[in-house]
Design a protein around this ligand. Sequence first.
Ligand SMILES: Cc1cc2nc3c(=O)[nH]c(=O)nc-3n(C[C@H](O)[C@H](O)[C@H](O)COP(=O)(O)O)c2cc1C
Length: 195
Amino acid sequence: MFEIENLLNRRTVKKFSAEKISNDVLDQAIRVAYRAPTSLNSRPVILLDISKHKNEDWINFQPAAQTAPHLFLFAVSPEAGEKNAREFLAGRYGSEIGDERVSATIKKIVAQRDEWARQQAYLVTAYFTAILEASGAAGCIIAGFDKKVASEKLELPDSYTAELIFACGFADPGNDGSVETDFVRKFDDFYFPAD
Ligand SMILES: Cc1cc2nc3c(=O)[nH]c(=O)nc-3n(C[C@H](O)[C@H](O)[C@H](O)COP(=O)(O)O)c2cc1C
C-alpha cells in the first residue's frame, strides 16, 4: 500500500482526475501527521479538510486547487503552542503554567515563538504529504495565498492562522500539470556523509 519507490520518484502534480484518495490512506496520513515531532509537547498545528472551499476566490486562482478532489489546510497557532508547552512543563515541574521555571525553560528553548510554531507546521505537512505520496497519490503544496483572508473566510478557531495547503488526489492521466524540479545541484552537493 505504501512504497518508498513512490517517494523516490515523486513530483508535484497540479492537475488531477476526479478519483478520491481512499479513507484508509487518508486516515493513516492524518494519524502519522498527528505523531509528527513537536517541541515541548506544544502541538501548535491543526489540520483541516477544506475541500469544499476550493472554488472560493482566495484559492481558486491556484491551478492545483481547481481540479484537486481534496484540499487540506495546515493552520498554526503560536499562542496555543505556548499554552500547551506551559501545561506540559507545569506537569513536569508540578507547578502552575505561569511558574518562573516554566517561563525560564520556554525562554531558553523557544527563540522566536512564531517561527517555532511555523517550523512545526512544515514538519506536520511533510509527514502528511509523504505518506500520501508513498501510497501513490499526488499533490501540490500551496503557499501562495493570502493567509489573513483565508483565515477569515475559513473561520478558523481563535488564534489559528492558515499556513500551507496541500491540494491532492491522483494525477490526471492525460495531463497531470506536473512541474518537476530541475535538480541542477548534484546529489553529492546536497548530502555530505561522515568522513
Ligand atoms: C513551500 C512551497 C510552496 C509552494 N507554493 C506553491 C504555490 O503557491 N502554487 C503552486 O502551484 N505550487 C507551489 N509549490 C509547488 C512547486 O511549484 C513545486 O514544488 C514545483 O512545481 C516543483 O515540482 P516538484 O515538487 O516535482 O519538484 C510550492 C512548493 C513549496 C515547497
